[in-house]
Design a protein around this ligand. Structure first.
Ligand code: ADP
Ligand code: MG
Length: 255
């Protein structure tokens, strides 16, 4: 295994107006590692993954994917923002799954899963189609290729979103509370797909409130509050013997 982390987030700062949302956030994620992120509402979890995916710019610090600086290049000693097409290419090396699925409602499942492969990754349509059908089978949705999102349950839609994110063979998958919008009886089917991915060696960051899932699936857990890492550790210590009073207080709300 190489020493270069798949993802390095180094001292990242992010403000919205005068409100500091990421306050020197750092995190390395290595190949095959599953990192779960928990923290109170408003602590900056979504902003963190949105910054990594370059849906938001950052105000300080740096992020690297496989050692490559994200969003910027150094030209004649100056840091310059990358042109949009290069940002898009970097974004294409990550897969993101949102709380609200974000499928295109007027496209069927197959097109939702093939579009980025064809447009961003220039894969031949037939090859993209075969990859999509393979991934739909993997997330338990063989036979739904022609369905439209509105015809599917929330759990099925989220599994399509996972297949879509996987279709471009991302180096890392970013999940932002992927089960928070689901009816309770549909949560399990999505977590089960994520379990399979984790066991298959996928590198992942998972923001979640599903504590027992986080504990089972994580190699490392992160507790963030006010835009900072408060505590991080292997799941057993993190959940059973939290050190910081703030993590202790947070966890006590879930037991
Ligand atoms: P979490 O996902 O942990 O609940 P968020 O990252 O969504 O937290 O939000 C962190 C803080 O940043 C919140 O106070 C939120 O109101 C603020 N925030 C998030 N996005 C924006 C935005 N686009 N404009 C202004 N404030 C924002
Ligand atoms: Mg959030």
């Amino acid at each position: 295994m190489s020493d270069t982390p798949v993802l390095r987030v180094s001292d990242v700062r992010k403000r919205f107006g005068g409100h500091v949302v990421l306050d020197g956030f750092s995190l390395d994620v290595h190949e095959g590692e599953v990192v779960t992120v928990i923290g109170p509402s408003g602590s900056g979890k979504s902003t963190l993954v949105r910054c990594v995916h370059q849906l938001e710019g950052i105000d300080g610090g740096a992020m690297y994917l496989d050692g490559e600086l994200l969003g910027y290049e150094i030209q004649r000693g100056h840091l310059r923002p990358l042109p949009d097409r290069r940002v898009a290419a970097q974004r294409g090396r990550m897969g993101m799954v949102f709380q609200q699925f974000n499928l295109f409602p007027h496209w069927n499942v197959l097109r939702n899963v093939t579009e980025a492969q064809v447009l961003v990754h220039r894969r031949a349509p037939q090859e993209a189609r075969e990859e999509a059908l393979r991934l739909l089978a993997r997330v338990g949705l063989a036979g739904k290729a022609d369905a439209y999102p509105r015809m599917l349950s929330g759990g099925q839609q989220q599994r399509v979103a996972i297949a879509r994110a996987l279709a471009t063979h991302p180096r890392i998958m970013l999940f932002d509370e992927p089960t928070s919008a689901l009816d309770p009886e549909l949560v399990g089917e999505v977590l089960s797909v994520m379990h399979d991915l984790a066991h298959g060696g996928m590198t992942m960051i998972i923001v979640t409130h599903e504590m027992s899932f986080a504990r089972e699936v994580a190699d490392r857990c992160v507790f963030m509050e006010e835009g900072r890492v408060i505590e991080t550790g292997a799941p057993e210590e993190f959940f059973d013997e939290p050190v910081s009073p703030r993590l202790r207080a947070f966890l006590s709300r879930f037991s």
